[in-house]
Design a protein around this ligand. Structure first.
Ligand code: NAP
Length: 489
């Protein structure tokens, strides 16, 4: 059976598997295709059409043309359509999870969780669509009134990575649509199928043509067309800091609004007064979810010296019990890494740490399952100057660093150009406040290893990004503020 037909046959609704781009309310096939590979089996599971410059330009024109009609809809009409999309996502959750696991590798339980998380953004912004409130300001002049209104930014380009193939799109698409913007999505080439399945669901939900477009193809070309276009008024990007900087630069010529959700180097700090079981639970979730391929995953684990060894021993026990396997095997807790390049980066970080004096306590090598499977790994005697503690490893490796005092760990935690997420475990209330305030991060989990939710503002400071996604702050990213001075009253 051909690869694509095998995946299609495994779905309850085979029409969710789409391999063409979605532009101006139609599926667009091309002569050039790109393979989508299942990282667990390393087999091709689909061939996705690659659009050229002309088609990307057409997507921009379609989004631009659809803008006035979409903005003019009543807020509750946009809200109702988003609610329909949310319901469709949940109705087809099992198929969406299956598509995601096959293209991304994460365990089915995590994929199911991501579908619910992504649908949660759609529901949240369906509700927020009704609350795009303005203001009135007391006038400093007689006979005048000051009104402030919020209006859709315009055409939005959303560029997303492979690690959360649906959620990263949903948290841009849903607020943009709620605000009255039209959207062009460019998914990662590793995981276009989740994006295209979502496009199919937007079609079924009844979004008018041109309001949602998904373009698949060569990223630099697509990025250039989208950033050069004066019609695109906003770039919302999630991915690496290097690409974020490039898109920001490219957006300067047309002075676009830019939101960037970039890389992280999260410190995970365990004080000697913390609840050790809770800290272990939080660390396992933060570090090993998605095989360590999340932007908020613990990258540097600081343990107070007085509890360092017992904590390391308990962690190793948990890590060795992790079940590594294909995401489609129910019971798998860690799938493969996305591709060989990802494995090579992990190997490089490990080799440098070991050469510099770190101690390998478990794992440390490719898994016997082959391909891009990697053993869950724990390193002790790690120092903050090692590469593994300076750069995002994006893999299942937990490097443990000992610290002695609160001031010391604050300095160490902040000594990075990144500032996305940080985690602190302590039962001292004063310390919890001091740490939350001192950490130069956009998000801090206190006694919490999983902090992402549609109702809270997600985002980073320093070189981890600009802007926030989720919560009511996430809607503002897609709204312009207009002030009207009314005279002659
Ligand atoms: P990436 O290489 O920056 O790619 C992200 C997306 O940008 C992909 O769709 C990619 O397509 C595209 N892209 C690359 N160059 C481009 C260009 N010149 N113009 C337009 N698009 C371009 O990042 P990644 O390796 O896929 O994802 C991992 C990174 O994302 C990590 O650093 C992680 O921390 C970060 N991340 C951040 C968040 C957050 O919320 N802060 C969430 C998830 C992930 P191609 O692959 O085809 O180049």
């Amino acid at each position: 059976m051909a690869a694509t037909s095998e995946l299609r046959a495994s779905l309850t609704d085979p029409n969710l598997l789409r391999e063409a781009a979605w532009i101006d309310g139609a599926w667009v096939s091309t002569t050039t295709t790109e393979e989508v590979v299942d990282p667990a089996s390393e087999r091709v599971i689909a061939n996705v059409d690659q659009v050229d410059k002309r088609e990307v330009t057409r997507a921009v024109a379609a989004a631009s043309k659809a803008g006035p009609g979409w903005r003019a809809k009543l807020a509750h009409e946009r809200s109702d359509m988003l609610h329909r999309l949310h319901d469709l996502m949940l109705e087809h959750a099992e198929d969406l999870a299956h598509i995601m696991t096959r293209e991304q590798g994460k365990p089915l339980t995590e994929a199911r969780g991501e579908i619910r998380y992504a649908a949660g953004f759609v529901r949240w912004f369906a509700e927020q669509a009704l609350r795009v409130y303005g203001e009135t300001i007391p006038s400093p002049k007689p006979g005048a009134r000051i009104l402030v209104m919020k209006q859709a930014v315009g055409v939005v380009a959303a560029i997303t990575p492979w690690n959360f193939p649906l959620a990263m799109i949903a948290r841009k698409l849903a607020p943009a649509l709620a605000a009255g913007c039209t959207v062009i999505v460019k998914p990662a080439p590793e995981t276009p199928l989740s994006a295209l399945a979502l496009a199919e669901l937007t079609r079924r939900a009844g979004f008018p043509r041109g309001v949602v477009n998904v373009v698949t193809g060569e990223s630099a070309m697509i990025g250039k067309v989208l950033t050069d276009s004066p019609e695109v008024r906003k770039i919302s990007f999630t991915g690496s800091t290097a690409v974020g900087k490039l898109l920001m630069q490219q957006s300067a010529a047309t002075v676009k609004r830019v939101s960037l959700e970039l890389g992280g180097n999260a410190p995970f700090i365990v004080f000697d007064d913390s609840d050790m079981t809770a800290a272990l639970d939080g660390l396992m979730a933060s570090k090993f979810r998605n095989a360590g391929q999340t932007c908020v995953c613990a990258n540097r684990i600081f343990i107070h010296r007085s509890v360092y060894e017992p904590f390391a021993a308990a962690l190793i026990e948990r890590v060795q019990a992790l079940r590594v396997g294909a995401g489609t095997d129910e019971g798998s807790e860690q799938g493969p890494l996305i591709h060989q390049r990802a494995v090579e980066k992990v190997e490089e970080h490990l080799a440098q740490a070991l050469a510099a004096g770190a101690t390998l306590r478990c794992g440390g090598a490719r898994h016997s399952l082959g391909g891009s499977f990697f053993q869950p790994t724990v390193l002790t005697n790690v120092r903050p100057d090692m590469q593994i503690a300076r750069d995002e490893t994006f893999g299942p490796v937990a490097p443990l660093i000992a610290f002695d005092s609160e001031d010391e760990v604050i300095e160490l935690a902040n000594a990075t150009e990144y500032g996305l997420a940080a985690y602190v475990y302590t039962r001292d209330l004063g310390r919890a406040f001091r740490m939350s305030e001192a950490l130069e991060y956009g998000m801090v989990g206190v006694n919490q290893g999983m902090i992402s939710t549609p109702v809270a503002p997600f985002g980073g400071v320093k070189q981890s990004g600009l802007g926030r996604e989720g919560s009511h702050f996430g809607l503002d990213e897609f709204l312009e503020v207009k002030y009207v001075m009314m005279g002659g009253i």
